[in-house]
Design a protein around this ligand. Structure first.
Ligand code: CDP
Ligand code: MG
Length: 735
């Protein structure tokens, strides 16, 4: 019934209204169309009617993921089993029978690669075994870097519970802007980025008896850099022991990199998973997810559902849609608990996913990639996989970083399907065709070091005294152009001198855990007499686009509330305004609720602000308020972000240096106007190149702060002929 599907889309966009919604739909639509487009051109998505107004999806069963256990083995865990003592659960994990063998191997080798199916107990058990074995005697510590904040926090919480200690005592975690450890902490989970920073204060990791680089297969930028540094340390010292834990991917490469270190394989234990594909490509991936979930929920036997979506926005939308449909179906269906999980989700919401499902109900967890390997959720029997993930990419030629929704590589669907077979035989529903799986997906994911800018990392390596970056030992060396551009940018920011050596101000800048542009902006604010405001702005920018929320049933109110914060000048000032008003309310949660502002994001911004303030004290930068003179604040942002600029030319914005066409993000306070010169915080490539967080600036400011970067000619305004004279004058004024 193709007509029905079309109606549905139109109804929805009409009812949702607003530029933003239309934009979101366009983006999701474009993302899913790209995937399997070849077939999509000829075939309309198929829908049939069941449950009155719901549509169904047709799947074909194609393959089975081989299991190591018979499908008739234990069924889904019962309540009684869930209540079983935590120690019994520990003993039931696949790694447990290998405890002694593993400890012996660790004792005998300095570097050991540990390979095991996700959920076999590598992350939670091995550090505990080491603790029990005495590796933390004499104040030595075990460090366990993880690829993300969520993984570090949730795993530390789990291990603290297993050990019966308070989180932050013997077991703790450190993530950027949040340190949950104490003097007693010997088992420390942390983000890989945090451990990297710690090389600054302890280049030989002398306080660690063991470093277990976890989820190594994810190949994040920081993990890759850690590899190089740790390999170097291990060459010269017998301590620390180095463990590299990975899912069953890539381990031979890790072994080769660490001078043929032995691989310890923990045999898998998984039930078979039936894999289903759609008959035809789906045009609307969100809709397809929602329909699939209901289709599982209504007829299928108990067991929780895990849905993979690319990011927070998609997850939010899917959760709303699911809740909405469940409400409409009312008592016709059993209870369905809809739980989101993504990186910036507040920790109490995260905790909800590990609580047992009440009897008679079913849980559906809607997650990003973090549930693919680093996070294990109990009781999952069904997996819904639309085949997308959000991926960063980087163009070293233009210096443009973008985050796009792209089809995943084959490694992802295989890991995802595996999540369904942990407690019993499972089912995985792939929302794409078997043909697309075979022909359109890449074999493996490109490591992040090839998809990102390297400014931060280069600054850090330089601070560690590593100068010859081209010859550092990398698992996969970064592209030459990317490295070169990073050096150029750091030079432009004044962090490196012409010889590529760290300057004094560059050294200061490696200190705060924010990127070099942001730290340059913070440090420069002193000169403009507005460091109070700049610090607030920096904190707000760091919490990452999650300030406002927009519940579906109150979009008009929410949008009005947001517009009320608008100030002339740009989004940075809007952020500042939100924070200032919140601070005036006494940091009230009620105020946030009334203004459709996310309280948790604000609380985080406040934390970040306090920490940055502490760091400023360390580098002896004084705090001063701008006394309402927002021009100063706007000017203070330019020393860090002068290269992120765009100019309005007749009908569109173009970046000043690369002449690339870019657009103001629909959420921006400047969405409906076109100031001639804009500075943006970041570029996000979705359906278009969107500038997020834009600030109106004057081109003269650019010449003032970056005369080495811009030629006066590039910044010429047709109606500002006298500019060069003016610049001379302002420079004098500034001294
Ligand atoms: O690291 P690996 O994927 O091998 O497994 P793990 O993360 O150590 O997980 C082992 C077991 O711990 C899982 O099967 C879950 O039962 C449990 N776990 C949990 O309940 N909550 C967490 N946050 C992490 C693990
Ligand atoms: Mg793990």
């Amino acid at each position: 019934q193709p007509a029905r599907a079309v109606d549905l889309v139109e109804e929805e966009s009409g009812a949702r209204g607003g530029e933003q919604r239309r934009w979101e739909e366009a983006r999701l639509g474009a993302a899913s169309l790209k995937f399997g487009a070849r077939d999509a051109a000829s075939q309309e998505p198929k829908y049939q009617l069941v449950l009155e107004e719901e549509e169904t999806m047709e799947f074909v069963r194609a393959t089975q993921l081989r299991g190591d256990e018979e499908p008739s083995a234990p069924p889904a865990p019962t309540q009684a089993q869930q209540k079983e003592s935590i120690q019994a659960v520990r003993r039931s994990l696949p790694v447990f029978p290998f405890r002694e063998e593993l400890l012996a191997a660790i004792a005998n080798h300095q570097v050991l690669i540990i390979e095991g199916e996700t959920g076999s107990g590598k992350t939670t058990q091995i550090p505990q075994y080491l603790f029990e074995e005495g590796y933390t005697r004499k104040g030595m510590k075990i460090a366990c870097p993880q690829p993300g904040r969520v993984a570090a926090m949730s795993v530390a919480a789990r291990v603290a519970r297993e050990m019966g200690v308070k989180l932050g005592s013997e077991v703790g975690y450190s993530i950027r802007f949040e340190d949950c450890t104490s003097e007693r902490t010997v088992l420390r989970y942390m983000t890989d980025g945090m451990l990297l920073r710690e090389f600054l204060s302890e280049p030989d990791l002398a306080s660690c008896s063991v470093v277990m680089v976890d989820e190594a297969h994810e190949r994040t930028l920081h993990t890759d850099i850690l590899f190089g540094l740790i390999k170097d340390v291990a060459r010269f010292r017998p301590e620390p022991k180095v463990l590299v834990a990975s899912a069953t991917l890539d381990t031979a490469r890790f072994s080769a990199f660490f001078d043929d270190a032995p691989i310890f394989r923990i045999p898998g234990r998984r039930f078979p998973v039936d894999i289903f594909y759609t008959k035809a490509p789906e045009a609307d991936c969100l809709e397809a997810c929602v329909v699939s979930v209901l289709q599982i929920h209504v007829p299928q036997p108990p067991g929780d559902i895990l849905v993979f979506l690319p990011g927070r926005e998609e997850i939010g939308a899917a959760c709303e849609m699911l809740q909405d449909r469940c409400r409409r179906l009312g008592s016709k269906i059993r209870e369905l608990l809809v739980l989101p999980i993504y990186a910036n989700l507040p920790s109490d919401m995260q905790a909800r996913i590990s609580q047992p499902t009440p009897p008679g109900a079913r849980k559906v967890v809607v997650a990003t990639n973090i549930a693919e390997t680093s996070l294990t959720i109990e009781g999952i029997i069904y997996v819904v996989d639309p085949g997308f993930c959000k991926q960063k990419s980087y163009n070293p030629r233009t210096g443009m970083e973008s985050l796009t929704v792209t089809p995943c590589s084959k490694a992802s669907p295989n890991q995802r399907a595996g999540r369904a077979g942990r407690v019993a035989a499972g089912k995985c529903f792939r929302l794409y065709t078997a043909w697309a799986y075979q022909h359109e997906l890449e074999e493996t994911t490109v490591p992040e070091i090839h998809r990102t800018s390297l400014g931060n990392v280069v600054l850090l390596l330089k601070s560690l005294g590593i100068h010859d970056l081209m010859h550092l030992d990398f698992l996969d060396p970064p592209p030459y152009e990317t490295l070169l551009l990073a050096l150029e940018q750091l030079y432009a920011l004044g962090a490196l001198n012409p010889l590529g050596e760290l300057t004094t101000s560059g050294r200061k800048r490696a200190e705060p855990p924010v990127d070099p542009m942001l730290s340059k902006m913070i440090l420069a604010s002193e000169k403009y007499g507005c460091s109070e405001e700049t610090l607030t702005g920096a904190a707000m920018l760091s919490v990452n686009n999650s300030i406002f929320y927009r519940p579906k049933d109150k979009v008009v109110h929410a949008d009005n509330a947001r517009v009320n914060f608008f100030l002339p000048g740009g989004d940075h000032l809007v952020l500042l305004n939100v924070y200032t008003q919140w601070a005036e309310s006494g940091y009230s949660s009620q105020w946030c609720y009334e203004n459709f502002v996310q309280f948790r994001s604000m609380r985080r911004a406040r934390d970040v602000r306090e920490q940055l303030e502490g760091l400023l004290e360390r580098v002896e930068v004084g705090l001063s308020p701008c006394q309402g003179d927002y021009i100063r604040v706007r000017k203070a942002i330019t020393p860090g972000y002068f290269s992120h600029t765009a100019r309005w030319t007749r009908s569109a914005y173009r970046t000043v240096k690369q002449q690339q066409t870019v657009f103001i993000h629909p959420n921006s306070s400047h969405f409906e106007e076109q100031p001639r010169w804009l500075l943006y915080h970041e570029l996000v490539l979705t359906t278009k190149e969107f500038m997020r967080q834009v600030l109106e600036i004057e081109s003269i400011w650019l010449l003032e702060v970056a005369p080495h970067y811009y030629k006066a000619k590039e910044l010429e305004d047709p109606h500002a002929k006298k500019m060069s004279k003016k610049i001379g004058k302002t420079r004098e004024e500034l001294g």
